[in-house]
Design a protein around this ligand. Structure first.
Ligand code: MN
Length: 390
């Protein structure tokens, strides 16, 4: 008889039995496969549930099945977690390699925080209205580069490009204004056909889960190239996604109404149910907490983002990622980018006596987050970590 184990969950773990985020992991000497996290353990779902759908190098085959299957699997994992599992189905999170969990389809990044958009407007257009006229009418977004979405822990190479300088003429070289954007990403599980817009009420039938995102940004490249068409090479060199996808059903206790929207959005953007989320982020820069952005302040909900993204008839596919845009609050200690935190480099941050503005080689950024969990306590979203290569 093979040995069996019962997983012990440490007290106050952010990975309790009502969270169960998914990953793709590679055990030492093994092939990549789908896992679910409980405490500090990973349950190998292909073994525990005896289902080859999970013996795959991405979550896509599972994500494409749709919400009924997602709920059934979550119940099966929950039940399995309470019993004794075969020892071959349980791994320590510290003993495995975590891979990019999703084969990313299309990637869209929004600009949905009113505090972020207002701060950027004040810096970029000090003499004008901080918000452009369209901002309160639609969630502004752009298409990013899906092929450079990388898993947490991947080293980031400082990008080279044309840099805006004070003289007006550009220089070529490594960016001097390498920045972060603390964001939340939403992953499409079940796609939608071209010509068939999704409504805000369709959100939970199509979105599989959420994960932290760091949208690395080169501000000097972005500022020169972006007029009039918006972000391009200043963003497309790398976007980091957490290794852990939190199922939407794990966040039911975090759902809250959005802050008031004024003016009322057009009918296709009106939320049929609240999809504001009470999620607290923390950004650490070389081990120092520098900001704590609140997702609850976001102006546009992810359900509104999905409705807007498809209202023209654009299709969605399994693995598509859309991210919220930088999450910022109104206070200095809630700003989700270094651009805002240092006010375009004019107000350095003190890192243990070291006055810093943008990222230097060797710097490390870790974004974490927590939210109210189903059944009480708090859950921890999987971190997103990155180090700037020397
Ligand atoms: Mn962004």
């Amino acid at each position: 008889m093979s040995s069996r184990v019962h997983i012990e969950v440490p007290e106050n773990s952010g990975f309790g039995p009502t969270h169960l985020p998914y990953c793709v992991f590679r055990p030492r000497g093994g092939e990549p496969r789908v896992g679910a996290r409980l405490g500090d353990s990973i349950i190998d779902l292909a073994v525990a549930l005896d289902d080859p759908m999970f013996a795959q190098p991405s979550l896509n085959a599972f994500m494409t099945q749709g919400p009924q299957c997602w709920r059934e699997v979550r119940e099966l994992v929950h039940a399995a977690a309470e019993t004794e599992l075969p020892a071959t189905a349980v791994h320590s999170v510290r003993a495995v390699h975590l891979a990019l969990p999703v084969e990313i389809g299309d990637y869209v990044d929004f600009y949905a925080s009113i505090d972020h958009a207002t701060a950027m407007g004040r810096m970029l257009r000090p003499d004008g209205e901080p918000l452009l006229p369209n901002w309160r009418h639609l969630p502004v977004g752009y298409h990013g580069r899906a092929g450079t979405v990388v898993v947490s822990g991947t080293e980031i190479r400082r990008p080279h490009g044309q840099l805006r300088t004070a003289s007006g003429a550009p220089e070529f070289g490594p960016t001097r204004r390498l920045d972060i954007e603390a964001e939340l990403g939403f992953l499409i599980g079940s796609g939608s056909a071209m010509g068939t817009p999704l409504r805000t009420g369709d959100f939970a039938d199509h979105v599989f889960g959420v994960a932290l995102v760091n949208d690395w940004s080169a501000r000097d490249i972005q500022g020169w190239e972006g007029q009039p068409l918006g972000p391009f090479l200043g963003k497309s060199f790398a976007t980091t996604l957490s290794a852990w996808i939190t199922p939407l059903d794990a966040l039911t206790e975090a759902r809250i109404p959005l802050p008031p929207q004024d003016p009322a959005p057009l009918p296709y953007l009106q939320d049929s149910a609240p999809w504001g989320l009470d999620i607290d982020l923390t950004v650490e820069w070389n081990g120092h907490t520098v900001t704590t952005p609140p997702f609850r302040r976001m102006y546009w909900s992810p359900a509104q983002m999905l409705a807007h993204m498809t209202v023209n008839g654009a299709s969605t596919r399994t693995g598509d990622l859309f991210a919220s845009g930088t999450i910022s609050g109104p206070e200095r200690h809630e700003r989700g980018s270094l651009m805002e935190l240092t006010w375009a480099g004019t107000e350095p941050v003190d890192l243990d006596g070291d006055k810093r503005t943008f990222l230097e080689n060797g710097d490390e950024i870790t974004i974490t987050a927590s939210a109210p969990a189903v059944g009480g306590g708090r859950l921890t979203l999987g971190e997103v970590h990155g180090r700037i290569a020397r």
